[in-house]
Ligand binder design. Structure first.
Ligand SMILES: NC(=O)c1ccc[n+]([C@@H]2O[C@H](COP(=O)([O-])OP(=O)(O)OC[C@H]3O[C@@H](n4cnc5c(N)ncnc54)[C@H](OP(=O)(O)O)[C@@H]3O)[C@@H](O)[C@H]2O)c1
Length: 235
């Protein structure tokens, strides 16, 4: 059984992933940027808790130190993410996309993912079977976004798909750099969570499926790939 850290584990897909991995017998830390929300979720789950804001160097370093002192890490699920909708839940379209929105989304979804991965790499390298799961999005697929008639083609936003396309690139480059690790990007599918004001059409149980599967991938499993519940996705 492995020790797993799930960033943004206090709700949504991260919470459901934690629940499933704990049920399968794994030891799970949830990362939460808010200690109170984190404590409530961890108590509910029977998970361990680290306070971790992916945009904050100090909190990430402190979380890595705590987990190292507690015995290390086998699996990192980079799940924390934001979509940056308007307060009334609309996707910010191309005309309304600003540099500030781009910066905010990249800071959490892409830069934050690298900050956390960089901090936990030394711990993962001590694991006999290290795994990283980067929670990307189907909206990151350049193939789908350029295929008329698909929901991905119809999505009008820029910042979120661009930040997740960066996640895919980061995944591939890490996977090549660390061939002993299994490092994959996953697309949960359109899932009803706070992120999209619960407009998603899947349940969190459905959405978490591929995250849970890739978090438990064996040493012979794929690396450097991009997967949805039904299999590999085109970049
Ligand atoms: N829902 C979908 O349809 C869908 C589809 C494809 C991909 N995804 C991806 O799935 C992941 C989980 O999203 P979700 O749908 O479960 O959304 P969610 O319910 O809004 O959960 C997002 C989680 O990320 C955390 N978070 C946000 N910014 C953070 C930061 N700076 N530091 C640490 N944690 C932070 C949130 O914490 P707070 O509670 O403190 O805000 C929350 O725990 C995201 O990466 C998202 O892009 C979702």
């Amino acid at each position: 059984m492995t020790t797993t850290l799930i960033t943004g584990g206090n709700k949504g897909l991260g919470f459901e992933t934690a629940r499933r991995l704990i049920a399968a017998g794994h030891s799970v830390y949830i990362g939460s940027r808010d200690p109170e929300r984190g404590r409530r979720a961890a108590d509910q789950l029977g998970a361990r808790l680290v306070t971790l804001d992916v945009t904050d160097e100090e909190s990430v370093a402190a979380a890595a130190k705590n987990i190292e002192a507690d015995g290390g890490l086998d699996v990192l699920v980079n799940n924390a993410g934001i979509e940056g909708r308007t307060p009334d839940g609309r996707v910010v379209d191309a005309a309304a996309t600003t540099a500030d929105l781009m910066r905010t989304l990249f800071e959490t979804n892409a830069v934050g993912l690298v900050r956390v991965t960089h901090a936990f790499l030394p711990l993962l390298q001590h694991s006999p079977a290290p795994v990283v799961v980067n929670v990307s999005s189907g909206l990151a697929s350049l193939s789908h976004v350029t295929t008329p008639g698909t929901p991905t083609y119809a999505f009008p936003g820029i910042a979120y798909p661009a930040s997740k396309a960066a996640v895919n690139m980061i995944t591939v480059q890490y996977a090549k750099a660390f061939p002993a690790m299994r490092i994959n990007a996953v697309e949960p599918g359109y899932t009803a969570t706070d992120l999209n004001h619960h407009t998603g059409t899947q349940t969190v149980a459905e959405g978490a499926q591929i995250i849970v599967r890739m978090a438990q991938v064996g040493a012979d499993g794929p690396t450097g790939g991009y997967f949805g519940a039904d299999g590999p996705l085109p970049w």
